[in-house]
Design a protein around this ligand. Structure first.
Ligand SMILES: *Cc1c(COP(=O)(O)O)cnc(C)c1O
Length: 371
C-alpha cells in the first residue's frame, strides 16, 4: 500500500463538478484579478468568523508581513514568536526591520510556551506572534492577558488552524488580526498561492488593504497614499476557495475523527506519544504529530512500507542557518530541541480511509515489536 503524506487529488475528485464550475465561471467573466470572486470570498470568509473584515492577499507569508508592517512594527522593535514553525512566521518579522525573539515551546501542546513570554519582553517589544501550530490553538487566554497588560499587539498566525477554536472562540479573532494561508495543502487550500487577514479593526483593515495593493487610495486608484506591495488573491483562487469553504466544517470534523482514530489504534505502544489536545481547545489537526522513540529508524521503516511521513519541523527556527546571527544554542530552547529528535507527522486528511489508518498503525506497531 502507498500512502501519500497529502492527497490533493482525492479532494478534487470528490468535489470536481463544483470546482470545475467555479473555475469556468471566472474564465467566463475574466475577473482574474480582484473583482467579484475575490470580494465574494472575502465576504464569505469574514462571515464564517463573525468578523468585520477579511482582506485577501497573495499568500500567508504576505498576510503576516503586511499586518505587522501596518501595525507600525519596524526597525528598533522586537516581536516575540515561537521557536517551532515554518520560517514565514519569523522571516516576516525581520522583513519589517524588527528583531525576532524566539520563545521555547510547550512540552505537551507544541505551541509557544505562554509562561515564557514575560521573560522575553523588553522595552522594545511591540508584538507577540503566536502560531497555532499543527492546528492546535495556542494558550490564547494567557497570551491575551499578557499582551493587554503590557500594551502589545497580538497577531495570530492561523496558517495551519482554519476553524480551530479556544474556549469556543475561533483563533484569528483574539488578537488585533489573524493571518491565513490557503496554500494547497492547508486545511482550506487553493490551487496555487493565496492568503488573507481577518480583523475587526476598521483602521487596520483599511491600511492592510491599501498596502497590499501598492498603497493605492481606495476611491481614487491613481492616488497612492504610500508605497506598498503587490500582493493579491486572484479570481480563480478566490472562486475555488469559495467553492470549498462550505465543506470546511465537515473536513475539519473528518480530520478530528482521523486523529481520534489514530489515538485509538496506537494505544498501548509505549514507544510513541500521541498528540494532546489543549483543555478547552478545538484542535483541527492540520498535522498529526507523534513523539516516537528511535524516530529516524521508524521513519525509514515507514517509508520502506510505502508510508510517507514528515517532520514539523526538522530544524527549530533558532537553529536554521538564517538565524545563526542570533547565536542561539540548544540550551536556550531545550524543549523544542528535544522535540526535534522525536517528532514525526503521519498522513492525516479527510479522505484518509480506515484501511489506510489501520495499515499505518499496524506498521508502526510492527516496527516496535520486531526491532
Ligand atoms: C504555510 C504557513 C505560512 C505561510 O503561508 P504561505 O501561504 O505558504 O505563504 C505561515 N505560517 C505557517 C505556520 C505556515 O504553516
Amino acid at each position: 500500500m502507498h500512502i501519500p503524506f497529502v492527497d490533493l487529488k482525492a479532494q478534487y475528485r470528490a468535489h470536481r463538478p463544483e470546482i470545475d464550475a467555479a473555475i469556468a465561471a471566472v474564465i467566463e467573466s475574466t475577473a482574474f484579478i480582484r473583482g467579484k470572486f475575490v470580494a465574494d470570498f472575502e465576504k464569505a470568509y469574514a462571515e464564517t468568523y463573525g468578523v468585520k473584515h477579511c482582506v485577501s492577499c497573495g499568500n500567508g507569508t504576505d498576510a503576516i508581513f503586511i499586518t505587522l508592517k501596518m501595525l507600525g512594527v519596524g526597525p528598533g522593535d522586537e516581536v516575540i514568536t515561537t521557536s517551532n514553525s515554518w520560517i514565514a512566521s519569523s522571516e516576516t518579522i525581520t522583513l519589517t526591520g524588527a528583531r525576532v525573539v524566539f520563545v521555547d515551546v510547550e512540552d505537551d501542546c507544541y505551541d509557544l510556551d505562554a509562561t515564557k513570554i514575560e521573560a522575553a519582553i523588553t522595552p522594545r517589544t511591540k508584538a507577540i506572534l503566536p502560531v497555532h501550530l499543527l492546528g492546535q490553538p495556542a494558550q490564547m487566554d494567557v497570551i491575551m492577558e499578557i499582551a493587554q497588560r503590557r500594551g502589545l499587539h497580538v497577531v495570530e498566525d492561523c496558517a495551519q488552524a482554519h476553524f480551530a477554536a479556544f474556549g469556543g472562540r475561533r483563533v484569528g479573532t483574539f488578537g488585533i488580526a489573524g493571518t491565513f494561508s490557503f496554500y494547497p495543502g492547508k486545511n482550506l487550500g487553493a490551487y496555487g498561492d493565496a492568503g488573507a487577514i481577518i480583523t475587526d479593526d476598521d483602521a487596520l483593515a483599511e491600511q492592510v488593504r491599501m498596502f497590499a495593493n501598492h498603497g493605492a487610495d481606495r476611491v481614487n486608484k491613481h492616488e497612492h497614499l504610500l508605497e506598498g506591495v503587490c500582493s493579491r488573491l486572484d479570481g480563480l483562487q478566490a472562486a475555488i476557495l469559495s467553492a470549498k469553504l462550505p465543506h470546511l466544517d465537515a473536513w475539519t470534523r473528518a480530520r478530528q475523527e482521523r486523529a481520534a482514530q489514530y489515538d485509538e489504534l496506537l494505544r498501548g505502544i509505549p514507544e510513541v506519544t500521541t498528540p494532546k489536545i489543549r483543555a478547552g481547545a478545538s484542535h483541527v489537526f492540520h498535522n498529526y504529530v507523534l513523539r516516537a522513540q528511535r524516530r529516524d529508524a521508524l521513519q525509514t521503516f515507514l517509508k520502506e512500507q510505502g508510508i510517507e511521513t514528515t517532520r514539523h519541523y526538522p530544524v527549530p527556527l533558532p537553529f536554521l542557518k538564517a538565524y545563526a546571527y542570533l547565536g542561539h544554542t540548544p540550551a536556550d530552547f531545550p524543549v523544542v530541541t528535544q522535540h526535534s529528535r522525536e517528532i514525526i507527522s503521519l498522513p492525516v486528511y479527510p479522505e484518509l480511509t480506515g484501511d489506510q489508518q489501520q495499515y499505518v498503525t499496524e506498521t508502526i506497531r510492527g516496527f516496535y515489536v520486531r526491532k
